[in-house]
Design a protein around this ligand. Sequence first.
Ligand code: UFG
Length: 340
Amino acid sequence: MKKILVTGGLGYIGSHTVVELQNSGFEVVIIDNLSNTTFDVLDKITSITSIKPEFVQIDLKNKKDVLQFFKNYTVDGVIHFAASKAVGESVEQPLMYYENNITTLTYVLQGMNANNVSNFIFSSSCTVYGQADELPITENAPTKPAESPYGATKKMGEIIIEDTSKVTDLRAIALRYFNPIGAHETAKIGELPLGVPQNLIPYVVQTAAGIRECLSIFGDDYPTPDGTAIRDYIHVVDLAKAHIAALNRLLNKENKAKCEFFNIGTGTGSSVLEVVKAFEKATGKKVNYKIVDRRTGDITAAYADTTLANKELGWKAKLSLEEGLASSWKWQESLLNVNL
Ligand code: UFG
């Protein structure tokens, strides 16, 4: 049985990926510092898969702990999710973002290198493309200057990994996620809300639940058919499965370069208004909304060309936008029931 380290394995995408890893026959050890999640996610994962993943609570900012982990544990690969991800917060606290996302990455790579662990999957983002000149976006599209320190950490992360792969045994795949949505079908794991949501789907869901009064749609004067901005919303379970495909590519030595990059999206763009309508259709719930000014830093449209991931990883998104939105709603309902 292959053993995989999942950093940030109790987070949103991490927890769904741990479930898929266990379902695919991998043994999992999770590192998490619980900075943006709760310990009970471990029990939820266990109740879905009937297998308790090993859990090590260390903070990746502690270099000594990271290096000691790799001495103590023999792993066949690393999937590295642990990072901060709020765009606005990163503008306010750039140094925290560079420490949380970049310093930690260098420690993990050093720990791997010192202990001959060579297979590495990195959580990257479509944010590296900025507003691409052509749609859909292929992996060959040029990367653009980052709009935020968060975006910069994803760009820099890719550079650090590629540079390291040139001079060590590191074999890496960076997955450039488009917009992850949804939750596990059991509604036992999902995205944990923390304060006022910054992202569209959590805001839509909380508005439908009556927690927020009204969704603000940021701009209806974009050059798109209905004037609202377009994104590629991918179900988190499909996204989790892309990690298994990427990992198997590395373990089977099928990679064609030391460091590879893949877009992970559905290939379909949806506007903000389309998302609101799809949510109402999928759940029967009404979403109050108003149009307000554009949000600084937002781009007009981004959706993936997934040809490369389909062909090379043998992976394709299967779940629809409606399924993603319905699962987000089911997850929200389970949170409300807990709070009653
Ligand atoms: N939106 C609203 N109202 C809201 C929240 C979002 O209208 O309350 C709109 C945004 O303007 C955008 C779309 O919904 O058009 C999606 O917004 P999200 O915040 O959900 O997602 P983004 O596309 O802005 O975020 C993505 C990635 C981030 C990355 C960012 C870079 O998820 O990881 O792009 O710009 F940092």
